[in-house]
Design a protein around this ligand. Structure first.
Ligand code: PAF
Length: 276
């Protein structure tokens, strides 16, 4: 497995191979990431993975500095998965000067995650576009765990005519339901025991929708209250249309329940698709 740190070497290494499936990551890889790598392997001859903690998508006061960096262990996992190339640029390689050109995502980027993490999706879209330009993959794999991110990347690819197919990977969960996330490592033992409640709360909303309730707003608000009563600080629990994250119409049959809440100092997000 080749480890590449700069864009020139990356382009030279990949020049002869156009059938590349790409998995962008911020490292600290777990089974969720590896499931995306396995999807990538099924789709293309060569898999390239990036490891880059993107400062642009962290607001001041967020966890950029303490975000777990486990490069050696990540590379061992990727080598075992048959990954051909890891692109791991330093900040000065991707951002040699202050990044003044920023991708302006659609209005949905200001809702849900964007309401609580202003400019998060500007940072995500900008780095994903840069990474696509560097790697020039035929296809890229994103996890549904970050459902809104997946929707915004799809919209960017569509609206900017990027020649990349976006493939979605299912969320990988711990046996108790907790969605795998690098941020789970921040949880204390007591918080870890409590953490699956987010998934179970979203599952309750899903069950209520499946049972016929169409009071999306009330279901989400009640779910957020249940999390708060259990000691969480919920940012939102909302039911949206799955295709574009718009507020659902009572006739919409494909929905997604999305939630974000803080447990102690750790902010967790999750979502569940609902097919009625
Ligand atoms: O989902 C992530 O890990 C990041 O948002 C991404 C897509 C690698 C961009 O930094």
């Amino acid at each position: 497995m080749e480890i590449v740190r700069d864009i020139d070497t990356l382009r030279r290494s990949l020049a002869a191979e156009r059938d590349i499936a790409f998995v962008p990551t911020m490292g600290n890889l777990h089974e969720g990431h590896l499931s995306l790598v396995r999807i990538a392997r099924r789709h293309a001859r060569r898999v390239a993975v990036s490891i880059f903690v993107n400062r642009l998508q962290f607001a001041p006061g967020e966890d950029f500095a303490r975000y777990p960096r486990t490069f050696e262990a990540d590379c061992a996992k990727l080598a075992a998965e048959g990954v051909a190339l890891v692109f791991a640029p330093d900040e000065g390689v991707l951002y040699p000067e202050p990044q003044a050109f920023i991708v302006e995502p659609p209005a949905v980027a200001n809702e849900l995650e964007g309401k609580f993490r202003p400019r998060f999706f500007h940072g995500v879209a900008t780095v994903v576009l840069k990474l696509f330009n560097c790697v020039q993959p035929r296809l890229a794999v994103f996890g549904k765990k970050d459902y809104q991110q997946l929707m915004i990347v799809r919209a960017m690819v569509r609206q900017l005519d990027l020649p990349v197919e976006i493939v979605a990977g299912e969320t990988v969960r711990e046996p108790d339901g907790l969605a795998m996330s690098s941020r789970n490592g921040y949880l204390s033992a007591a918080e870890r025991a409590e953490a699956p409640r987010l998934y179970h709360t979203l599952a309750e909303v899903k069950a209520q929708l499946e049972a016929g309730s169409r009071e999306a707003g009330a279901l989400g608000a009640a779910a957020a209250r249940r999390l708060a009563a259990a000691g969480w600080q919920p940012d939102y629990v909302e039911v949206r249309r799955a295709s574009d994250l718009a507020s659902p119409d009572p006739r919409d049959a494909q929905l997604v329940v999305l939630g974000a809440a803080r447990l102690g100092t750790t902010r967790l997000i999750d979502n569940l698709e609902v097919s009625l």
